[in-house]
Write a protein that binds this ligand. Sequence first.
Ligand code: ADP
Length: 401
Amino acid sequence: MVILVINAGSSSVKFTCFDMADNKKVLASGLVERIGIEGTTMKYTNHKGDEVKGEVNVKNPTDAIKLISERLLDAKHGVLKKLDEIKAIGHRVVHGGEKIKDPIIITGEVKDTIRGCFSMSPLHNPHNLNGIEACEGVLPGVPNVGVFDTAFHATMPPQAFLYGLPYNFYTENSIRRYGFHGTSHAYVSKAAAELDGRPYQSLKIVTCHLGNGGSVAAIKDGKCQDTSMGLTPLEGLLMGTRLGDVDPAVVLYVMKLKNLSIEQMDNLMNKQSGILGLAGIGSSDLRDVEAAQDKGNEQCRQALEAYAYRVRKYIGAYTAALGGLDILVFTAGVGENSSTMRASITKGLEGLGIKVDPAKNAVRSPDPRVISTPDSAVKVQVVPTNEELAIAEFTHALVAK
Ligand code: ADP
């Protein structure tokens, strides 16, 4: 069964086409970038390794889906004979609010729910919906499935999702913790249990998704109990460009002090803070900051320590929240690739039963692996995330029913 996975953003549409029957093989993948801006380009790669890159005439998501369909059928580089080989389309959708707890077939009602979350996810949900509607137009009759970043966190108990605002802000305005990166936390926690060999439903797991954005999740018996992102992806860890946890009074103080509008403050907290703002070398990429630290840049060292310390605090907090810990998982760009950051985060956690083996930690590999010592009470793993595959699997499972 062929499943197309679509991730539609503000100016890009990413796609991956899977053949689930052929060992979940990626038939083709790529993206259309700078949609609606000058210099729109498309990159397309198929399973034979052919790569097609270049400028394209794409003005909107519908044009993008049409072009992706054409490439998939292309006589030279295509991977399908007919479009109706695509049996379902899985869409990444960021915010599903309180209603959506699982991957779901898109209906008019589901689209209303996605629209209802526009104000909480203005940078993602409108574009996600555009991607869905583009597919409905270009590939009529093919079921569309929404896989929501918030869905995995829907099992959080009220003690974890309530903010300390008056209760009616929750009941009337749905202001609460939702959490994001749920598809990744679900995927890597299940993969971690598999690698470990113990049943998923019996484990206490903390997953650290450390990419440009970052979040930590606490999972018990296969259900999410807490996560560091909140109503929006701004809460929690120090990230590439987001500041994460902060005294809420700082927001008001800075706005008054610098005479900033709501939009300016939003931009400051989302796009100019975190590693970018703290390290001060004009880059949010941890590789650049680590390289500057290695050359003796003290501000970069402090930024990296602050980043690691924040993750370490969440690991401690979530170990307490779960009443213990069986597996600690690192994933995403930083979590999978930076052995220095993993070592820094886990430094001094022997008292919590977390002992990382420096030699194992130093190994680079695309495979899931254990990096703790044999006598470490908590197993520490690096598990590469694969959100596209997770979306394809959820979509396949739903339509195969
Ligand atoms: P996104 O959140 O955009 O999906 P990724 O999960 O791909 O991001 O993570 C991207 C980030 O991962 C980069 O900004 C970079 O900071 C970090 N990264 C990637 N490779 C390395 C590496 N070898 N060492 C340190 N950091 C890395």
